[in-house]
Structure formats: structure tokens, C-alpha cells
Design a binder for this molecule. Structure first.
Ligand SMILES: CC(C)(COP(=O)(O)OP(=O)(O)OC[C@H]1O[C@@H](n2cnc3c(N)ncnc32)[C@H](O)[C@@H]1OP(=O)(O)O)[C@@H](O)C(=O)NCCC(=O)NCCS
Length: 150
């Protein structure tokens, strides 16, 4: 089941962050995203257990993907695809045309995942991440993802 997160979901998101994502987001950043009117945060759950989440921030007809993670034991089951498909459908309905993201150039699973859904690399930011790792910039029309479901 995929549902929209509420401001009360900070603890749930922190659990997914700890299990699925590299350290990065603080408690305040998570709460700030949940409280932000321009944010769309979706949680994937099975038997009330969180399996993954995605967050976007939209400005006019563009939205930036902020975080996406699926817990290790539930990967390669289409959960991230479904989260993106559901988010893209809701964003497109609210007038968003294009989706953007930044991903570490050494995150090969994520690069393969985004490429499999049709995201295209549009450029890079050299030395963007700690350790001198580049960021790859990617773009995808929201409508291109709206058919992905669980
Ligand atoms: C990247 C991530 C979100 C993918 O989640 P997922 O639920 O496993 O993805 P899906 O099952 O929807 O994968 C869809 C397709 O993407 C591709 N893909 C996904 N993970 C892949 C991997 N590790 N290697 C190669 N291709 C991969 C495949 O084509 C896959 O289809 P298939 O399983 O039928 O071959 C997950 O690996 C993750 O949480 N990683 C850690 C956090 C992270 O890097 N987030 C992104 C930061 S920008």
C-alpha cells in the first residue's frame, strides 16, 4: 500500500532513512519536509511496516526528488518504481511537467534504477558530494512515469 505521509510520520521516515539511505538527513530536515506545503511525501507499507519512501518538492511546473529509499530486504520488488509512479501521477495532476534529481555518480544501483524508468542524465556537478564524488543531474517528464504501479 502506498499512502501520503502526514506530519505525524517523522518517526516512520526516520526508520526508513536509517535502514535504507546513507546518513544525510537530520530529524529537522525530515520534519521540515513533512510540514512543507510544497512537499509530496509517500510511504510504501506492507502489514503496517514501512518498506520505503519518496519525497519531492515542487515549484510551479517542476518537482525535485529529494529522497528515495527502499529497505534492503524489499528491493527489486518494484516498490521504488511504484512510489515514483504514484508520486508522478499526483504531481502531474497538480500541474507538474518535469521531474529532476541529483544522484551520486558512484551510486550504480540508483543510476541503473532511474535509467530503467526512462530518466535521462542532463549534466553533472563536479565534486558535489563529500569525498569529491560528482553529482549526476537527471530529468524525466512526470507523464512518462505515471503508468508504474505495484
Ligand atoms: C535505488 C532503489 C531506490 C531502488 O529500489 P527498488 O525498490 O529495489 O527498485 P525497483 O524494484 O522498482 O527496480 C526497478 C528496476 O530498476 C533497476 N534496478 C533497481 N535496482 C537495481 C540494482 N541494484 N542494479 C541494477 N538495476 C537495478 C532494474 O531494472 C529493476 O527492474 P528488475 O528488478 O525487474 O530488474 C534502492 O536500491 C535503494 O533504496 N537504494 C538505496 C538508496 C538510494 O540509493 N536512493 C536513491 C538516491 S538518489
Amino acid at each position: 500500500m502506498i499512502r501520503r505521509a502526514t506530519p505525524e510520520d517523522a518517526q516512520t521516515l526516520r526508520r526508513v532513512e536509517a535502514a535504507a539511505l546513507p546518513p544525510g538527513w537530520t530529524k529537522d530536515q525530515i520534519q521540515g519536509t513533512l510540514d512543507e506545503a510544497r512537499s509530496l511525501v509517500l510511504i510504501a507499507e506492507e502489514q503496517d511496516e514501512p518498506q520505503g519512501y519518496v519525497s519531492f518538492r515542487s515549484v510551479l511546473d517542476e518537482a525535485e526528488l529529494l529522497r528515495l529509499g527502499v529497505v534492503p530486504n524489499s528491493r527489486r520488488r518494484g516498490i521504488a518504481s511504484a512510489l515514483l509512479g504514484t508520486a508522478a501521477t499526483q504531481l502531474a495532476e497538480s500541474g507538474v511537467r518535469d521531474l529532476f534529481l541529483e544522484v551520486r555518480a558512484d551510486n550504480f544501483p540508483a543510476l541503473a534504477f532511474y535509467a530503467s524508468l526512462g530518466w535521462k542524465a542532463t549534466g553533472s556537478r563536479p565534486n558535489y558530494y563529500p569525498g569529491g564524488v560528482d553529482a549526476v543531474l537527471m530529468r524525466c517528464p512526470a507523464r512518462a512515469l505515471t503508468s508504474s504501479t505495484l
